[in-house]
Write a protein of this length. Sequence first.
Length: 590
Amino acid sequence: HHVRPTELLGLTATPERADGLPVLQWFDGRIAAELRLWDAIDQQYLTPFAYFGIHDGVDLSDVPWKRGRGYDVDALTNVYTASDRWAEQVVVEFANHVDDVHRVRALGFCVSVAHARFMADVFTRAGIPAVAVWGETAAQERNAALRDLADGSVNVVFSVDLFNEGVDVPSVDVLLMLRPTDSPTLFLQQLGRGLRKDPSKRVCTVLDFVGQHRVEFRFDRRLGALLGGDRQAVARQVEQGFPYLPAGCHMELDPMARDVVLRGIRAAIPERWTQKVDELRSMVDSGVEPTLAGFLEYTGLDVADIYKGNRSWTDLCEAAGLPVAPVGPAEVAMRRVSGRLLHVDDEVRLAGYRDLMLLEGAPTVNDLDERDRRGVRMLVAQLVDKVPREVLAADATLQDGLDLIWEHPQVRAEIAELMGVLSSQDDHVHPRLPARADVPLLVHARYTRLEILSAFDHGDGSRVASWQSGVMWLPDEQVDLFAVTLDKTGDGFSPTTRYRDYAISPGLLHWESQAGTRADSPTGLRYQEHAERRSDVVVFARLHPQDRAFWCLGPVIYERHEGERPMAITWRLQFPLPGDLFAQFAAAVA
């Protein structure tokens, strides 16, 4: 098995051999297993962390900033070293958050050589032995500093872009984030220096000093690398006190730091439509090619920001005066649907949909094998769902739907571009559903109800019938499909429909049947005897009712049940939940 590369562990995005050839070529280009940060902590491969965001009162809003590079290093150094006040505050917070300053082993990540030397001097004068090292420091001196840190004769090593990765001091138990960076890669690399397992520590304490930043500074990128999700999701976690963390971990922002972070998340990027249009014009005027990926990088926007308010990337290009392809007969409806593809997160659809949209002509349905036909229908059903009946009849064939899509060249171009952008967000390994070669669904990927029903061949036309209930039995496929919403605290659920569905553990799911289901009824017996009857139960779960897409949790096996009307059933997942999903699912019903 090849382990999914993670920046936390100091591996590159594309693992390479010593001779420069990609390692993945020896594994058919596939990553067969993953080990995520949350899983590694849950499985005790890494040490839990306690993160404290501390407001330090420093105003960085006037420090020069360059797009793509961040703060000017010299100006930033001047701010932090102008007096001892800020460094002395770091000393105080350091002493307040550790049991004994003379028993810890800490790494401090600094802005510059001058900053690192300054911090080491202040700490040493405060009675805490500290040294500073940087890239030009002799190797013998750097190694001696790490040995002294490991044996406790030095308590803090301050560094500059030196120990972001590759440090082998497992006993490091405190990290001082003294460099304001919004780089998610750098943040994870620095965090990883303190998560190595060691018998001498139970937790790694992380002190992150939060100042008043320029509007360009992206708190969401920094925290999103750790928490996952887009900017809005990160903001919700900050507001809610970080509910989705592995066991043993803790994250806390002091009140002022919390306010600074939330304001920064909300103000860092252009929010209004007119601002986005102006940014696109500015990008074109500066000579940058107007691609979706390029625009996101240029502005710092999330891809979801482009599709707010039923807008699209094409709409933005039009508003900025850029040329687009001729419109089709259902252009408005189909452009709006493009934003409903943001959940696509598995390599099969991302590559398949992109390649499909780049074909010059519509494929012939009769030439497709069964798995491909269902996969194509998953996309077509999404795109034509809101197309007026006078343009595409209710009983239109799958070929009719494909032909209509090919009358919209700009929509196809946008979808192809969107799939390329989303491919960088693919964050799980996705096994195939076992024993169902024709079903183009992958475990731990996300799907809408339309895609799920299309994949299981419910109907045969371009349009797919609606599915509103939580359970659907498909006799032709011999499968029960469960669509589970875990958080039922909203107004959309009455007291009689707030079934208790939750993850007991990464491998067990508690699920309640519909209220009228008796244990000896045909449905109740089908659940209990599905293995003997050779039928499947496949579970799809989402956190909130407003989430359009469900995580495919894969097939489950009946373990036991209690009571009836409803039946409280414990199912065993054939594919255990990854640590990040388990943390979310468990917290959603806590």
